[in-house]
Design a protein around this ligand. Sequence first.
Ligand code: HEM
Length: 155
Amino acid sequence: MKDVRSGTRIASVTVLSVTAIAIGCLTMDALAGQGAKQSLYDRLGRKPAITAVIDQFVANVANDKRISERFATTDIPRLKKNLIDQVCIASGGPCAYTGRDMKTTHAGMNITTADFNALVEDLVASLAKFKVPEAEKKELLGILGPMKKDIVEIP
Ligand code: HEM
């Protein structure tokens, strides 16, 4: 008798779980149907894809004679980590950015608009290498672009 009851309980729990999963899926379908969008973070391919893009970006900067000198004394692993976390959080990902704010970081570096554009070009080249689609590229640049006012000191 006891065994039969516990069997019934397991069966009801299973039915409830399956129902919950089914409702979950239906809700997600409904949201997708209503045009609910995945975060930019998800569309970029989450942390592994962001890490690959930043690794290539920093390599491009290191090979870019226009600006590479500026990073001569920089702790590159730390820079990469901060860039990854910054892009992760800015695109809606579950990260924490522990670096300094953009104004404090770049203060006194006398960064010009030309420097800024060179760095953006190096990022764009990395995004192209990983075939990041136009929409996601634009969205990411749209998030980073407004930081220019805190970074560029010599227009
Ligand atoms: C949208 C453009 C940019 C973004 C999002 C950005 C972001 C960052 C971040 C997150 C850090 C690390 C902060 C920290 O260590 O606490 C950093 C550091 C640095 N950035 Fe930028 N940056 C940008 C443009 C530039 C440009 C144009 C230059 C110069 C060509 C530059 C030069 C540097 C240097 C040299 C460091 C290292 C500072 C140090 O070693 O203490 N950045 N940047």
